[in-house]
Design a protein around this ligand. Sequence first.
Ligand code: HEM
Length: 486
Amino acid sequence: RPPNFPPGPPSLPVYGAFWIVLAHGFNDLATAFRKIGEKYNTDIIGLFMGPVPTVVVNDSKLIKEVLNREELDGRMDIILFRLRSYWKKLGIFFTDGYFWHVQRRFSLRYLRDYGFGRRDNTLETVMEGEIKEMLDIRMGGPKYPAEKEIVKGDLVYMPYYFSVPFINGMVQVLSRSTLPRSDYHALWALSRGTVLFQRSSTDMGGALSLTPWLKDVLPNYSGYNTLVKGNQYLLDFYRTLVEDALKTHDETYDRHFLDMYITKMKQEMKEVERTTYSVDQLILTCTDYTFPAASAVEFVLAMLVERLLLQPEVQDKIHEEIDRVVGRDRLPTLDDRVNMPYLEACIREQMRVDTVVPLGVPHRAMTDVKLGGYDVPEGSMISVNLTMLSMDKEIWGDPENFRPERYIKNGMLDVASDKNLPFGAGRRLCAGETYARQSMFQVFAAFMQAFSVSTADGKPLLKPAPRIQGIITTIPEFWVKLTPRT
Ligand code: HEM
């Protein structure tokens, strides 16, 4: 161990402490690291994942420090990230340094022009159209074959029932077009693929990243084939869109974000010796922005639906608020957000009780750093255990309870009382936070205005389903009964 490295479990040959970590919580690394922290009586754990020095931070204050320190803004270069991007370091999520800085800044700057990360009438209207289709799939029944897998009589399939508005919203932001209802099957396939990827991987890359040769020896058993398959839907989808945009590109007129990127790329290729812009990077940028829109947000809502089955009084309060603020004659809009603190608080509370990204996305120390009094060498992987923040007794008092009222003061949403950081913080802050918060509100408010939810078998739900931990927290898919509200 390097001198003054944080305390933690010893290393075994090849895998370092990897198997020891799994022994503390198989398939739930955040819990495993909580237990390890308790065992070694430390808020900051040092261990080796294979040969890589790794630090896991279990303390709320230190978590904020890690997220806000620029020297810790790097990303790891592991097989899990490369296998999704043509074996190169591409995209936004898993790149760092100058490349990441330029590409993140360009994408956020120009996606804004198409409504991303702000209020935008066009995007809200498109979302509203998608939400109406979503409601109609239940109200009117299936129109196309793929819809039969999403709705059966009065039952709908979670989380995929929610997927299309989120994904089509992102397709709109990127390409100023959406897939029509007759093509929704492609979006569901894309969402299922993304969920497959999310569930088959852990933040730290798992055994596959520590011993990459497993992909050649045990491609199925190591999970390699599943990961490649899960990612392929998104890559293929965007390669087709981007190639289409390239064929019809006209430098004098930008139709959408893809055109803006292509114009910039062509200009840089002429003028700059080593450009960060490329066709593959554009495909990975689109993939990175769609990946969480096709998985994280719909699972937050699906778990919230499960919560309504567990605590029916929450559903009653949501209905009361919607009826009072919006009524039944129009769909809720983002203007209603400020007047619907309870529904907003439910979404916040859901992201807290089931920490969406339990270990964040791992960072990398780009220089030697001092952290919590310990020395962390350059190249170390650093993970923040966000469950320690979202379940911190000192912050929440009763973290185990789902209690949206904790964010409401004098009938208003008190944002300052939400100390949770589901989207991270600092320069690596989730690039889709605003889109996620706005779209989850729009979709869920319209859903709750239209329906009452109850269990598929009519019996009360007594306990939550076991969670599946990958990069994000998910629950097993489930059917739920939707009764139109009269
Ligand atoms: C409930 C929903 C979501 C949660 C909880 C969430 C959370 C996070 C977290 C924790 C990170 C890593 C921060 C870090 O590295 O420290 C992240 C990164 C990111 N998120 Fe989200 N996210 C959500 C939805 C979305 C959506 C809908 C989009 C896109 C539309 C998105 C786009 C991104 C991107 C591009 C990054 C990479 C940022 C970077 O590395 O510079 N996220 N998100």
